[in-house]
Design a binder for this molecule. Structure first.
Ligand SMILES: [Zn+2]
Length: 279
């Protein structure tokens, strides 16, 4: 069964996320452990870890933590790559210790380097991360990107090159619908959706795709820019989401919206998805 929820703010305390999810009737939710554009983290006390795990157990459904945007495991700048590895490990350890289901991150950006080098950097960073800590409860999810400004992980064949290096580890994929569409996967038409399915099946395989970031796109197919729009109001449109929700694999995943937080639009967007799913 598909589950529907949203990205919620963790401002004040990460414990607030549960109430914020409840307010919008989200069955699943995602949040940041720290402000996504700063390196510094106050960390969490043992007391908070205990309280959070308890709330999480009560909540019961899959919860996702999104890594900060600053991380770049592909970076040629050794200092930045080091910092990224350390922050990743710090957050992954926390997620695993409280029982968070998914830790989601953008693979990295090829800034001033070619894509092959960027790819090698991502793989060796992940090798180091998993050699220093192997999670037993949290699954690490690579998120596909729109391919904007050197962002890696834009196609499923590229993502498969990373995933295939780590057999047997808790590593999967989160499909961001806006990014996939903006990169060039026309999931809103029957032919485009078929092509998308075939590519996923032949590269990463369906079973590795474990969650969806459900976002419509403010930019047309192939525009390679990352601009999220309300469900049904963008270039993907309701047809694209219906295609996914009616599919035997994608129709069983948790869906997290990351759409603009205007008025009560989270509730509206979630209802749009639920309606497509139930019809
Ligand atoms: Zn996303």
């Amino acid at each position: 069964m598909a589950l529907f929820g949203a990205h919620v703010s963790s401002a004040g305390s990460i414990l607030n996320t549960f109430d914020r999810a409840k307010e919008i009737r989200a069955e699943v939710f995602q949040f940041f452990l720290r402000s996504p554009r700063v390196w510094r983290w106050r960390g969490v006390s043992n007391e908070l870890v205990n309280k959070f795990s308890e709330r999480l157990r009560e909540f019961g459904n899959p919860v996702m933590v999104h890594a900060p945007y600053l991380l770049n495991l592909a970076s040629a700048n050794e200092d930045l790559r080091r910092k990224s590895i350390n922050v990743f490990l710090e957050e992954l350890r926390f997620c695993d210790s409280v029982g968070i289901d998914f830790y989601n991150f953008h693979p990295g950006t090829a800034k001033g380097i070619d894509e092959e080098t960027a790819m090698r950097n991502i793989i060796s960073s992940l090798e180091e991360i998993f050699s220093r800590y192997e999670p037993c409860r949290t699954t690490v999810l690579l998120e596909n990107t729109a391919g904007e400004r050197g962002d890696m992980g834009k196609s499923f064949s590229e993502l498969a090159r990373i995933i295939d290096r780590f057999p047997g580890l808790r590593l999967g994929l989160c499909l961001d619908t806006c990014h996939a569409f903006a990169y060039g996967y026309g999931i809103n038409t029957p032919e485009g959706f078929d092509r998308f399915l075939r590519e996923v099946e032949e590269t990463v395989g369906f079973e590795r795709v474990m969650a969806v970031h459900a976002n419509d796109s403010k930019v047309p197919l192939g525009a390679k820019r990352d601009r999220h729009e309300h469900i049904g109001d963008g270039y993907i449109g309701l047809d694209g989401f219906r295609n996914l929700l009616k599919h035997e694999h994608f129709g069983k995943l948790p869906y997290y919206i990351e759409t603009p937080k205007t008025d009560d639009m989270d509730v509206v967007n979630l209802n749009r998805l639920r309606e497509l799913y139930s019809l």
